[in-house]
Design a protein around this ligand. Structure first.
Ligand SMILES: [Zn+2]
Length: 407
């Protein structure tokens, strides 16, 4: 299988890289024609747009318009037009960032001497992280990109992706047509810098499901297999879930998305069980109702949140089957709130499902859990029921004593 991979090596200078793309396909549209359009990307720093605007009449004013293809807001910049029609504009990409590897569309507008405003044909390009000499290898719809490590490293990454897609496909069959690009950075700080440049915080691997882009940090070496087979399937699962759920992806609870993605990791994290055991003993387990919108920001609780979510989703899948998990994503996709989505899909509210998970998986005493949850109610029961019962019991003992006396 591996000899079918297309192997491409792109040499590149690391610093001050300019990806110069000739984009001279623009055609005349209503009075202006854009020629020799180029985009020079210096990732995380600047994007320089250059072109020559040709028009039959004098240009009075011209603007450059651009946005990410998935964005709603268009940036508009006035450009100075030279005698020969050439224009150039440098955008500060360190301030208002575009996501790494996203697609950007741009076009020009010009007001001519006839007071009419004309628009050019849009042109698109990719805002790729061009600071590294990326190599790439393709199999099916998966393209892995890496810059450290040999051919075997790229092949191992592709194998991890294939295994991850297979595992995920058992759960949610998705179309394998649209490409998925996996970028493997060789260390966390390279990835971290990229995500910061892309306006994202470091969370330990990253997927941009809408773009079909996965970013992970894996160093070539002894632990590369475990890391590839953990991180790539996890992030791929996010992309495939998004492709299956569409707009409903964003309505899913965080514990459900992260739980499903974590169960796709080919090596279970050995520290998860230990973290839950300690938290269970210390009574510091997180409530899933608090993991619906997002995960905790501090590293310790975030780790526990992943551990619990992985275990909880496994429990749900073992109890209600894959179809139960499917019903759960459907219910949340319909807009059910966190507690009631579980009721709708599985007949059990989230809090009760959690109590059962605590009993079954962690061996907690559910009655104790219930008593803690219901403590004000229990206090009331004690006053209303138990005290009179105790009194009645006293009377009963008294009567038996008397009965014994008179026997
Ligand atoms: Zn995740």
């Amino acid at each position: 299988m591996l000899n079918l991979h297309r192997l491409v090596f792109r040499a590149g200078t690391i610093l001050l890289m300019l990806a110069l793309m000739p984009l001279s396909r623009a055609q005349a549209q209503g009075g202006i024609e854009v020629q020799n359009a180029t985009v020079a990307v210096s990732f995380g720093q600047s994007i320089t747009f250059s072109a020559r605007i040709k028009s039959p009449l004098a240009i009075q004013q011209a603007s450059l318009l651009f946005r990410g293809v998935n964005e709603m807001v268009t940036r508009v910049e006035t450009v100075q037009v030279a005698q020969d029609g050439s224009v150039s504009f440098t955008y500060d990409a360190s301030l208002n960032v575009f996501p790494p590897f996203s697609e950007i569309v741009f076009w020009f507008q010009a007001t001519l001497a006839d007071q009419q405003t004309y628009t050019s044909t849009p042109i698109t390009f990719f805002y790729n992280d061009n600071r590294f000499p990326w190599r790439e290898m393709t199999q099916g719809n998966v393209i892995v990109h890496w810059y450290a490590g040999d051919d075997a490293f790229g092949a191992a990454a592709l194998d991890s992706a294939g295994a991850g897609m297979l595992a995920m496909n058992e759960f949610i069959p998705t179309s394998l047509d649209a490409p998925i690009n996996i970028y493997i950075y060789s260390n966390i700080s390279d990835l971290q810098a990229t995500l910061m440049l892309g306006g994202e915080e470091w969370v330990g691997g990253h997927a941009n499901p809408e773009l079909g882009v996965v970013l992970v940090a894996v160093a070539p070496g002894a632990s590369q297999s475990i890391e590839l087979e953990t991180k790539i399937p996890h992030e791929l699962a996010h992309v495939m879930l998004y492709r299956s759920l569409g707009d409903k992806y964003k309505m899913q609870p965080a514990w459900l998305l992260e739980g499903i993605a974590s169960t796709m990791e080919l090596y279970p994290n050995p520290d998860y069980a230990r973290a839950m055991e300690i938290a269970s003993k210390n009574d510091s387990l997180l409530n899933f109702s608090d993991l619906c919108v997002s995960f905790p920001s501090d590293a310790g609780n975030a780790f526990l949140a992943y551990a619990q979510s992985e275990s909880f989703v496994t429990y749900i899948r073992e109890t209600y089957g894959t179809s139960g998990l499917g019903r759960l994503t459907s219910a949340y996709g319909e807009g059910f709130p966190c507690e009631l989505g579980a009721t709708n899909a599985l007949g059990t509210p989230l809090s009760q499902l959690e109590a059962r998970w605590r009993e079954t998986v962690l061996g907690q005493n559910v009655l104790g859990v219930a008593a803690r949850n219901l403590s004000p109610f229990f206090l009331l029961m004690l006053l209303v029921l138990v005290v009179p019962i105790w009194g009645a019991f006293g009377i009963f003992i008294e009567r038996r004593k008397r009965a014994a006396q008179f026997k």
